[in-house]
Design a protein around this ligand. Sequence first.
Ligand code: ADP
Ligand code: MG
Length: 155
Amino acid sequence: MSDIASWSTTTASPEQTEELAAKIGSNLRGGEVIELVSDLGGGKTTFTRGLVHGTASNDKVGSPTFTLSREYSTPKFKVAHFDFYRLNEAGIMANELAEVIGDPAYVVVVEWGDVVHDVLPDTRMTIQFDQAAEDGRTITIGYPENLTYLLEDLQ
Ligand code: ADP
Ligand code: MG
């Protein structure tokens, strides 16, 4: 298990969350796994939209709640976006997830990942969103040392 550091910030609007995410997205290299944790409406999909935008992708990010996974193209890698909301068992989706984890050609983003925690690597970044006000979110980022570069230009 790698040591986890943590950094916390607040955003006051969805646009600010997207901006923060875009900075992290611009630092992605491929091979990273990011788990997003919050209640419904916390901002996980909004964050993913900013993250993908920050990779210089032109793809449109939507909620994969009903499709379970989506894939976006970027100049350097693909982003695999999973959402396991209301899934009691990951089933075949766990295999699909395991296939892209650790592949440097993919960045993996997971919403509602409890059901696949045994598939997620310890070396992932975990981002938690807590509603601080109607449009305010406290965003807490936990990360192993080897992912410190993702927060460059932020801390
Ligand atoms: P989740 O994927 O966690 O269910 P979404 O990103 O789909 O959440 O929805 C978040 C909702 O909260 C959106 O309607 C968004 O406009 C709103 N919102 C309000 N303030 C913020 C904020 N600071 N950051 C992110 N989303 C916010
Ligand atoms: Mg969502």
